[in-house]
Design a binder for this molecule. Structure first.
Ligand code: XUL
Ligand code: CO
Length: 439
């Protein structure tokens, strides 16, 4: 069945010398690195919203995308056409997973009851397509930011009726994620934050947010949903200050409210850069805390200060991301979801195909380079040596908690000659470039 991408062949691996724009140059799904294939390492996923529903609008202009599957007047017919287009594209690109918001797959009705009915119909439709393929749901989520009712937030709204509404919406979103065998469920708080402290009770909002997450944990347990709960940090946009600012902030929040054992992080590259961090920083922090769950793969534009959600093509970033992911022993239940959209000027359906190929190849190449770096232990050995002073003598006593200020003062008083060694940053950057260019 091919309807919406008629002229597009199934995309296969042709190797780095291929000049065919409709082929993978680096993503070779069955190629093994260690005990796992590329496909198993990378666990690629398609974002339903950007790919199927993104119209190409921006704050200054109308949509530009040519999308035949949107040529239906009835919103339910359109929703079904989007499912057909989604599975056609997933199969052509050989992408094993997809992700959605509840409102991406089915339109809101005039009441919550009607909205839930719409969802049930489309979920059944999606299930048929899933049954005919090996394609799986990486995660589901709820869009609790688009509708005007969420103007003051969702679980952090000043209005308790909104809190109740979002609880009902997320309850249903968890149910449909469970129904479709979702591996994870994502919480991204697009409106969970504030515009001004002049009208905000931050303490109550944060307490309520924690209450809401606890309710979600309890409900998942009650219905037997075993998927991993993920929080996706983002510092701002649409809210001026978002509570799920970055990995470290969310970790502190989860610890304070004793929710840390139930949640991991879904880390998005462009959210990291909006927070003033690198993508690698956020992945590294999450890995360090044991909460690296999944990844929203994209990239921002260094010249623009907003969430441009571009397809990831920067090999330097994909290499360092895969380095962290491999050191995390992989993504486990998570995956690499392309939370990325084509540029407004790339409005033909084939541009979606080129974009996914570019993103998948960039991560496949990053994987290979990172794998080799780790195999050779080039960076690891350097770092180990840099901290060698903590493996012997006074350093060992510090690490083992055997000394306090008094003992350290005694040591320092007898040790006036402190010798530091170079950090060799440029040498390491040169080595990394060599790996990227030569692996
Ligand atoms: C928004 C964003 C969301 C989440 C899911 O910046 O990344 O699409 O991934 O709600
Ligand atoms: Co995202």
């Amino acid at each position: 069945m091919t309807k919406y991408f008629k002229d597009i062949p199934v995309i296969s691996y042709e190797g780095k010398d291929s000049k065919n724009p409709l082929a993978f140059k680096y993503y070779n799904p069955k190629e093994k690195l260690g005990s796992q294939t590329m496909e198993e390492h990378l666990r690629f996923s398609m974002s339903y919203w950007h790919t199927l529903t993104g119209a190409g609008t921006d704050p200054f202009g109308a949509g530009t995308m040519i999308r035949e599957w949107d040529h239906f007047a009835d919103p339910m017919d359109k929703a079904k056409a989007r499912v057909e287009a989604a599975f056609e594209l997933l199969k052509k690109l050989n992408i094993p997973f997809f992700c959605f918001h509840d409102r991406d797959i089915a339109p809101e009705g005039s009441t919550l009851r009607q909205t839930n009915k719409n969802l049930d119909i489309i979920v059944e439709y999606i299930k048929q397509f899933m049954n005919d393929t090996d394609i799986q749901l990486l995660w589901g989520t709820a869009n609790a930011f688009g509708h005007p009712r969420y103007v003051h937030g969702a679980a952090t709204s000043c209005n308790a009726d909104v809190f109740a509404y979002v609880a009902a919406q997320v309850k249903k979103a968890i149910e449909i994620t469970y129904e479709l065998g979702g591996k994870n469920y994502v919480f991204w708080g697009g409106r969970e934050g504030y515009e001004t402290l002049l009208n905000t009770n931050m303490k109550l909002e944060l307490d309520n947010f924690a209450r809401f997450l606890q309710m979600a944990v309890d409900y998942a347990k009650e219905i037997g949903f075993k998927g991993q709960f993920l929080i996706e940090p983002k510092p701002k946009e649409p809210t001026k200050h978002q509570y799920d600012f970055d990995v470290a902030t969310v970790f502190g929040f989860l610890k304070k409210y004793e929710l840390d054992s139930y949640f991991k992080m879904n880390i998005e590259a462009n959210h990291a850069t909006l927070a003033g961090h690198t993508f690698q920083h956020e992945l590294h922090t999450a890995r360090m805390y044991g909460i690296l769950g999944s990844v929203d793969a994209n990239q921002g534009d260094p010249l623009l200060g907003w969430d441009t959600d571009q397809f990831p093509t920067n090999i330097y970033d994909t290499t360092l991301a895969m380095y962290e992911i491999l050191k995390n022993d992989g993504l486990h239940q998570g995956g690499l979801n392309f939370d990325a959209k084509v540029r407004r000027g790339s409005f033909e359906p084939i541009d979606l195909v080129y974009s996914y190929i570019a993103g998948m190849d960039a991560f496949a190449r990053g994987l290979k380079v990172a794998y080799k770096l780790l195999e050779d232990k080039t960076i690891e050995n350097f770092i180990d040596k840099r901290y060698q002073s903590y493996t012997e003598g006074i350093g060992k006593s510090i690490v083992e908690g055997k000394v306090g200020f008094k003992e350290l003062e005694e040591y320092a008083l007898q040790n006036d000659q402190i010798i530091n060694v170079s950090g060799r940053q440029e040498m390491l950057e040169g080595i990394l470039n060599q790996y990227i260019l030569e692996v």
